[in-house]
Design a protein around this ligand. Structure first.
Ligand code: SF4
Length: 885
């Protein structure tokens, strides 16, 4: 039995995966996860044979050969470049790319097309961290490593729902806490699953991070915790940074007032930080996705630099990267403001990279960052855009404007593995090989490079992304520069460029890997840079331990940081925070097609503070219209006391393929951080108003198909074992939907030959319809008054596709009761254990620990992603019943 070692494709933790007999499992030998996988990673086996793969190139919707598609792209790029200049072409790529994909795309755009116009969706994810690192350290380098989590005495989590977004790392932290009693403090406007587990949660006002960390800097100075000798020798800008901090955040009371925090809690945080040598500050999208994201990052780095808590075991600032290979993209130069291999656009770097690539027309200036790139497409400056492995029609701010931009752009090429809202707008669609089908490398959040290995053949004519970009380069006339035959050859060139004329100034130096032959590349074990043989001043897995930074004078920089005024907009009194749910990944192209991953959060919801809901007459489970200056969507509401009043939260995952609301990001404003260009995805002013619901329904169908029900009927879709389940809601009379048999048949997706049976009780507003094909249940729909819960639909899921005798038909139409299996939203996705079942078991058996829940129900015994929720349920039971653990 052969074992393939590869890497999970979902997040920046970079967990190792072994594949035996085609089944992926956690790799016990991988130093990121030691065998653990979260719910998404554990479901990788279910992502292998998902339907709807793109398998053949298309041009204007018709099938085309690879030759025809690639020739067309190369000819159009050449024509546009000649007629309008290189800046008229743009690439928008992805943190899902392998490093080798990134390298070839970047080389083609910046080296040979000759423009800086390649940006990546990592711009939306961590570009503020890149800017912060470059400003403080001189280079985009993460100083610490995962082991630090296990050696820290205090872990501060800022703007990070680590329990849901980086679950395996979170499990490592929780295990360390069990052993050494690590203190955990979370700083987040929202009380998340991560905050629930913390010793202290600071629910600061959105955007208050700079104020809070400026105040911490002042406190550290006043408490005598600054390492004056170290700062004197290794840091510049200390006095200016402290003076600026003192000006705005001179006292705990001032900080408390500005951040809307209790000054006593602020002081608790400051005292804990001050007295604990081994402090790690981990931060994520709550820091990065802001109009002052780069300043937030530097406010954190200032505190670690002032106390010399960097580069040593158990301490340091640490950015948690969102995407699986955002770090690889940063290493290659996949952001529009980087050139390549941690080099910028300084003349000497342009010259160096040009000589290395033997490319006389290397881009000399940065290109358009993501938001600007689509604006250039909208206003006609861009004549062609190639979007790869990402779905900007959903994930970009002002998603509707992005769609208009793509409709306006003369040539839109999209390469992807599945059809998306973006491929629907493309002139040329190229089928890309997926995770299991391509070879290359990824770099995780702690600078560890791991191999992703192919273990399946791509379907149809799907090809790796690097191959497509290399083919276009060759067809544009640059045969030698793009003569790559294998990912190994690309990796060697990438590694060699990092080492080229690198006198130690650039910490990214993979020279030790530049001579790997194909066999050694194939067998490469996970390796963390600085690589062992490069001697780049690292000490083990940490950087900057000797206080030497890659700046001109070798000293790090502390920055004076001003406080940014709040974003306010008349008529939009609430602030929309967008983010993730536990079991979904990005725009759901894979995870949205896996039934059990849709059971934890089956549809898009708007989380609303109880008082904001009450003021608007909105109840839990009711409907709301959310409006911003950019547009509006309608969502079902979840009352959440863990939110701050004035803030609402909505997940960013749902697309036109999964819900009538479409992408939440169509509401998001275009504000970006002036330094990093990262969009402010968590701070859009919105208004929320109640929508009056007139009926509710559940539709079950064996076959997929877009629903177009009109503006006054809302829907969301989730796959189930035998088909699809749709939640339906009406804000106008039901009658027009059920009056016409033709409309009902369209809804049920059945033709005239299928049998349509029905039951109606108008007095109770109950209507049920079922479509049978060859005596088997093909689809059914249940309508009822608002607030209905449809236990009969839960039971009917099991009948979908099954033959229905007369008794079963009658039972279906009469409304079957939910069977004993009905258990509410699924909490443990691995073992399919629902909330209702767990609550019932806790009460009935007096369970007081997650271990006991695991022993009885199996929940929480696999990936561990649900442990925070299980602990919360146990705690709630204590409150409700008074039964203590
Ligand atoms: S934490 Fe989960 S999603 Fe992230 S790499 Fe590990 S298994 Fe994959």
């Amino acid at each position: 039995m052969s074992t393939i070692r590869t890497t999970c494709p979902y997040c920046g933790v970079g967990c190792g995966v072994t594949v035996e007999d085609g089944v992926p499992r956690g790799d016990r030998g991988h130093p990121s996860n030691f065998g653990r996988l979260c719910s998404k990673g554990a479901a990788l086996k279910d992502a292998l044979d998902l339907p709807d793969r793109l398998q053949h190139p298309t041009i204007d919707g018709r099938a085309a050969s690879w030759d025809e598609a690639l020739d067309r792209i190369a000819a159009e790029f050449t024509r546009i470049r000649t007629a309008h200049g290189p800046d008229a072409i743009g690439f928008y790529v992805s943190g899902q790319f392998l490093t080798e994909d990134y390298y070839v795309a970047n080389k083609l755009m910046k080296g040979f097309v000759g423009a800086g116009n390649i940006d990546t969706n990592s711009r939306l994810c961590m570009s503020s961290t890149v800017a912060g690192h470059v400003r403080a350290f001189g280079e985009d380098v993460v100083p610490g490593c995962y082991e630090d989590l296990e050696e820290a005495d205090l872990v501060v989590l800022v703007g990070s729902n680590m329990a849901w977004c980086h679950p395996v790392l979170y499990q490592r932290l929780m295990a360390a806490r069990e052993k050494r009693g690590t203190q955990v403090i979370t700083i987040d406007p929202r009380r998340t699953a991560t905050a629930d587990m913390a010793d202290l949660h600071l629910p600061l006002a959105p955007g208050g991070d700079v104020m809070l960390f400026n105040g911490l800097l002042v406190h550290l100075v006043d408490a005598g915790k600054v390492d004056r000798d170290w700062v004197g020798e290794h840091v510049a800008g200390f006095d200016e940074a402290v003076a600026a901090a003192r000006q705005t955040a001179g006292s705990v009371e001032l900080v408390g007032a500005a951040t809307d925090l209790d000054p006593t809690d602020v002081l608790r945080f400051y005292d804990s930080f001050a007295r604990t040598e081994r402090v790690m500050t981990l931060y994520s999208q709550g820091v990065n996705q802001a109009a002052n994201g780069a300043d937030k990052v530097n406010a954190i780095l200032n505190c670690h630099l002032a106390t010399a808590r960097i580069g040593r075991a158990g301490m340091g600032p640490f950015s948690l990267t969102g995407q699986p290979n955002a770090m690889g993209g940063r290493e290659v130069g996949g952001l529009a403001n980087q050139l390549a291999a941690h080099m910028g656009f300084e003349p000497e770097s342009v010259d160096r990279v040009g000589r290395f690539w033997n490319a006389p027309q290397v881009a000399r200036t940065p290109g358009h960052k993501a938001v600007d790139l689509f604006e250039a497409a909208a206003d006609g400056r861009l004549k062609a855009i190639w979007i790869a492995a990402t779905n900007p029609a959903v994930s970009m701010p002002r998603a509707d404007l992005v769609r208009d931009a793509l409709r306006a752009c003369p040539l839109v090429i999209v390469s992807d593995a599945w059809p998306t809202d973006t491929t629907a707008l493309a002139d040329i669609v190229l089928p890309a090989a997926g995770w299991a089908e391509k070879d290359g490398t990824v770099t995780n959040s702690e600078r560890r490079i791991s191999r992703q290995r192919r273990f399946r053949a791509p379907p149809g004519e799907a090809r790796p992304d690097w191959w497509m970009f290399a083919e276009v380069g060759r067809r544009m006339g640059w045969r030698e520069a793009f003569a790559f035959e294998t990912p190994a050859a690309i990796f060697r060139e990438h590694a060699a460029l990092t080492a080229f004329e690198n006198d130690g100034r650039r910490r990214l130096d993979l020279g030790a890997l530049a001579t790997l032959d194909d066999a050694a590349y194939d067998a490469l074990d996970p390796v963390q840079w600085p690589c062992p043989k490069t001697g780049q001043g690292g000490s083990g897995p940490r950087l900057f331990s000797r206080g030497r930074f890659p700046t001109d004078d070798g000293r790090a920089r502390m920055l004076p940081l001003a406080i940014r005024a709040d974003t306010k907009l008349a008529g939009y009194p609430l602030i929309l925070n967008t983010g993730r749910v536990r079991d979904q990944w990005h725009t759901m192209t894979r995870t949205g097609r896996i039934a059990h991953l849709m059971t934890h959060s089956p549809g898009p919801r708007l989380a609303l503070h109880p008082r904001d809901a009450m003021l608007r007459g909105i109840v839990d489970g009711g409907l709301a219209r959310v409006s911003s200056a950019q547009g509006h969507i309608s969502l079902r509401v979840e009352i959440d006391a863990g939110l701050r009043q004035g803030q609402v939260f909505a997940p960013m995952h749902w697309t036109d393929q999964f819900a009538s609301s479409g992408p939440t990001d169509r509401l998001v404003h275009a504000l970006t951080d002036p330094v990093s260009g990262q969009p402010d995805l968590k701070g859009t002013p919105v208004q929320v108003s109640a929508l009056s619901e007139t009926w509710r329904g559940v539709l079950l169908r064996r076959r997929d198909g877009q629903l177009s029900l009109g503006d006054d009927r809302l829907w969301s879709k989730a796959p189930i074992a035998a088909g699809f389940r749709y939640e339906l809601t009406g804000v106008a009379a039901l009658q027009s939907l059920i009056d016409s048999e033709q409309t009902l048949r369209r809804l049920l997706h059945i033709d005239a030959a299928a049998e349509l049976v029905s039951y109606a009780d108008p007095k109770k507003a109950v209507f049920r319809y079922a479509g049978l094909v060859d005596g088997r249940l093909d689809a059914c729909v249940f309508f009822a008054a608002p607030q209905a819960t449809f236990p009969e639909a839960d039971a009917a899921c099991a009948l979908l596709g099954q033959p229905l005798d007369a008794v079963k038909r009658l039972g279906l139409l009469a409304g079957l009761e939910a069977g004993p299996q009905a258990s509410g939203n699924i909490v443990c996705a691995c073992m399919s254990v629902g909330e209702a079942r767990i609550r019932q078991a806790i009460r009935a058996h007096g369970l007081t620990s997650t271990a006991e829940i695991g022993a009885l129900l199996g929940a929480g015994t696999q990936c561990g992603s649900c442990l925070p929720e299980l602990k919360k349920m146990l705690a709630l039971n204590v409150i409700e019943t008074g039964v203590q653990a």
